[in-house]
Design a protein around this ligand. Structure first.
Ligand SMILES: Nc1ncnc2c1ncn2[C@@H]1O[C@H](COP(=O)(O)OP(=O)(O)OP(=O)(O)O)[C@@H](O)[C@H]1O
Length: 255
């Protein structure tokens, strides 16, 4: 494995009952790459991201992170330093003030007691405040998170990632529920901050337009397989047409 490869996926497969979600996928990602995962609904994007985040285990194949088998990175602290994920539901606690959600990025490092204490006396307050400044939310620090709009909550999730500072950021449809202006704003912020920190990003996106604008490489999934894996400038309209064509009728569904 080359020194620059931070992720190496070797023939991973995952199925749910009779449905194949991922079919023997292999690819390599270098440190600092900005990769967008695209493909029609049900193609396997979320399953792949959850597999990379070790939220689900593949049936077969292996994932190497910095040359280490992901299954062997069992220490939570080590794993949190390597990989952070933003999911569609943000995983924020609505009743808590924004700052506490941001500091949850430290949870695996601090352990339960310090994290609990931080709910009363925010520790490392300055780190959280500067993360909130970087995502453009300095005035919401003590606001109850549930009062924020969807776009603002997405920024809180980003600030939490900034505090966690993982080497790899996985983002599952990070802008699905946002209007176009806010979606672009979040993608611009995410990719700019990741570039500044030298982080590697893999994000699933429904919008090919955003994928092309903010990312440098597109991995296209279709029916759990990689249809193409190309630098943005090599992705043609023909390939995209093939990718989003309606699936062939699933004969099994008729039985
Ligand atoms: N927990 C589950 N149980 C059964 N089938 C599942 C489960 N999770 C995913 N699937 C199936 O696996 C396939 C891949 O799903 P996945 O959510 O990874 O696709 P996706 O590309 O992220 O779709 P979307 O763009 O709609 O979010 C789909 O056919 C889906 O129905």
């Amino acid at each position: 494995m080359s020194k620059n490869n931070i992720i190496e996926v070797n023939q991973i497969s995952k199925h749910y009952e009779r449905k194949i979600a991922l079919s023997s996928l292999s690819f390599v990602v270098e440190k600092g790459e900005m990769v967008a995962l695209i493909g029609p609904s049900g193609a396997g994007k979320t399953t792949l991201l959850n597999t990379l985040a070790a939220i689900i285990e593949p049936d077969s194949g292996e994932i190497l992170i910095d040359g280490l088998d992901l299954r062997k990175i069992t220490n939570q602290k080590t794993r949190a330093r390597k990989i952070g994920i933003i999911r569609q539901q943000f995983d924020l606690v609505g009743q808590l003030a924004v700052i506490h959600n941001v500091l949850a990025g430290r949870l695996s490092e601090w352990g339960f007691v310090k994290s609990f204490i931080s709910l009363l006396f925010p520790q490392d307050k300055q780190t959280a405040i500067s993360a909130l400044e970087r995502v453009g939310l300095p005035d919401k620090t003590y606001e109850r998170t549930s009062k924020l709009s969807g776009g603002e909550q997405q920024r809180v999730a980003l600030a939490r990632l900034l505090v966690q500072r993982p080497e790899i950021i996985l983002a599952d449809e990070p802008v699905a529920s946002l209007d176009p202006a806010r979606a672009e704003d979040i993608l611009e912020t995410l990719t700019r901050l990741a570039r500044e920190e030298g982080q590697t990003v893999i994000a699933s996106l429904h919008s090919v337009e955003y994928a092309k604008r903010y990312f440098t490489r597109l991995i296209a999934l279709k029916n759990g397989e990689i249809l193409f894996d190309l630098p943005v400038e090599k992705v043609t309209d023909e390939l995209l047409k093939e990718l989003y064509q309606l699936k062939e009728l699933d004969q099994n569904a008729l039985v």
